[in-house]
Design a protein around this ligand. Structure first.
Ligand code: AMP
Ligand code: MG
Length: 532
């Protein structure tokens, strides 16, 4: 095994900036908003801030960078990850990308408030790109300010880490810093702007390249540049695919389809709704990226979206995420078509996406139920029942794991008491619902008995895929309320909680409880806008 190197200073980080080295830079150096053509990025400096203060650092991410935890407590750490200082070897830039927003081509978007600092090569040979979000304007900021507020930055910081520990592919977050500046935001876009604390998150991922990075060059007819970006992406992140050729590009697209399908299966497993699945928010590495008005499913509802901006169309609702990802992949296929010039294998790959997703989803649903094999009728009846009365998805599966095969289901109290914590409004449980649930439980128990796994083993397996703790929307809001008053204790408490989301954590039971009634209609808990 490789020895673990611990760096006790930030200056020891080993930067290897492959993106800026391999790809063409915008020749204009002025940081003014503009269309940038024939280039993949613009060099740009983070904006200095007045009084940066570290709110939290994710020690696991620091460890991945080989950083000793004490480095995170240093003044230099806060200075660097607020954008006030650069380390030797950093080469800051904002990348150029486009995208389809809510189904429509939006033209150039780009890193409007993300500034990439550089790529670290860690002691394991892994490439980790560091990116500040909210560190000031770039040529891609359009009419916005390039900043981020504490509210949305806290949500991104904690959710990235929660998702990672849940086993969902995601970009990571190293740090959350408040800048000491105030930023004006109209949170609900209803004419009530207020000043909010500014903040910067440092995100970490092998790469932040999105579908939109390819789309922008395709849309502009910059085929040579499109090819350079694809070649760079493949040689750096998919080196096993070999030298560039139409076959290699196709194999690469198939891998993107596969990793995207796997990511969405995870979202469906844990009840994550991204909220803004625009093609500029789709990672080429199949990572969950750009945490904005996302939400966690509380009562099971296929049609739920947390994003008020999408409330009418509900394009990005929970139950649509797999289909939308396929639509986004189709846009990527269109973008890279000039490199392949054959439509049929691209279409085939998109069909494969659907098959991989379906297969993954079936496996996942069987796992959630602790069954060896997927039973379509059983699962579709369950998802109907879950939607019939308000049922907390997370609690339901944890409680279901407690079912025993020797239970007398005819005695309604047995199963009713067991599942009670999952129902939001027990008065909704009418006779029709009860008999339907009872019948379903009968069939479920029958299948469990047929498979002959012990209750203990089944419970263990179910609890390994059905989390006890997820980042419930109201928990985020409570942490934000406190943080805005300067109390960061809940950020640390949640960060610790989410390290073991599948384990019951004595003393922390309150974080597993269903959404309280006050949170039902409160902005931030049940509805979010893109304002961040
Ligand atoms: P999003 O919907 O957050 O993924 O953002 C879509 C586009 O808007 C991206 O190009 C972002 O960089 C840009 N953007 C969002 N918020 C800001 C902001 N406050 N300042 C500058 N650009 C922004
Ligand atoms: Mg985005």
């Amino acid at each position: 095994m490789n020895s673990v190197i611990k760096l006790n200073t930030l200056q020891a980080l080993d930067f290897d900036n492959s993106f800026t080295r391999a790809l063409p830079c915008d020749p204009e150096r002025a940081n003014r908003r503009r269309q940038v053509s024939e280039a993949c990025y613009s060099r740009v400096m983070p904006t200095s801030v007045s009084r940066p203060q570290l709110v939290a650092c994710a020690r696991e991410v620091a460890q991945t960078l080989d950083l000793d935890e004490q480095v995170c407590a240093s003044d230099l750490f806060t200075e660097v990850f607020s954008g006030n200082q650069l380390l030797p070897g950093m080469d800051p830039y904002a990348s150029c990308y486009g995208g389809h927003q809510f189904g429509n081509w939006a033209g150039q978007l780009g890193d409007g408030r993300a500034i990439n600092l550089g790529e670290v090569l860690n002691s394991q040979g892994e490439r980790l790109s560091l990116q500040l979000k909210g560190a000031g304007p770039t040529p891609y900021s359009r009419d916005a300010d390039g900043l981020a507020v504490l509210r949305s930055s806290l949500r991104e910081f904690l959710c990235s880490e929660a998702m990672h520990h849940l086993g969902v592919p995601t970009t990571r977050a190293l740090s959350l810093v408040v800048t000491g500046e105030e930023v004006m935001r109209d949170m609900l876009y209803d004419g009530h702007p207020r000043l909010e604390p500014g903040a910067v998150v440092c995100r970490v991922a092998p790469s932040f390249i999105r579908f939109g990075n390819f789309q922008i060059h395709a849309a502009r007819g910059e085929t040579a540049l499109l090819r350079r970006l694809a070649d760079y992406t493949i040689s750096t992140f998919f080196p096993h695919l070999g030298a560039p050729s139409p076959e290699t590009y196709l194999a690469w697209f198939r891998e993107v389809c596969r990793s995207t399908a796997e990511m969405i299966v995870h979202w469906m497993r844990v009840g994550f709704v991204h909220g803004v699945m625009n093609t500029d928010n789709m990672s080429i590495l199949g990572l969950t990226i750009d945490y904005g008005p996302y939400g966690w499913l509380e009562n099971y509802d296929q049609d739920w979206t947390p994003n008020t901006t999408d409330a009418g169309q509900r394009r990005y609702r929970f139950g649509e995420q797999a289909r939308i990802a396929q639509w986004n992949l189709l846009q990527l296929a269109n973008a890279i078509y000039p490199l392949i010039e054959q439509a049929e294998p691209l279409e085939q790959a998109l069909n494969e996406y659907a098959a991989v997703y379906e297969q993954g989803w079936r496996r996942m649903m069987a796992d959630k139920l602790g069954l060896a094999s997927f039973d379509n009728a059983l699962v579709s009846e369950l998802t109907d029942i879950l939607q019939q009365v308000e049922t907390d998805m997370t609690l339901f599966y944890r409680r279901l794991a407690l079912l025993r095969t020797d239970m007398k289901l005819d005695d309604e109290r047995e199963w009713r008491d067991l599942l009670m914590p999952a129902w939001y409004q027990p008065q909704q449980l009418d006779a029709g619902y009860k008999s339907r649930m009872q019948n379903w439980l009968h069939r479920y128990l029958q299948q469990l008995k047929a498979e002959g796994v012990s209750d203990e083993l089944r419970q263990k397996k179910m609890n390994a895929v059905n989390p006890a703790y997820v980042f419930r929307n109201y928990l985020a809001q409570l942490a934000i309320d406190k943080a805005e008053e300067g109390d960061y204790s809940m950020v640390h408490e949640l960060l610790a909680l989410f390290r073991q989301p599948y384990d019951e954590q004595p003393g922390r039971e309150k974080f597993a409880e269903k959404r309280p009634d006050w949170a039902r209609q409160r902005p931030g808990c049940s509805m979010l806008s893109c304002s961040s």
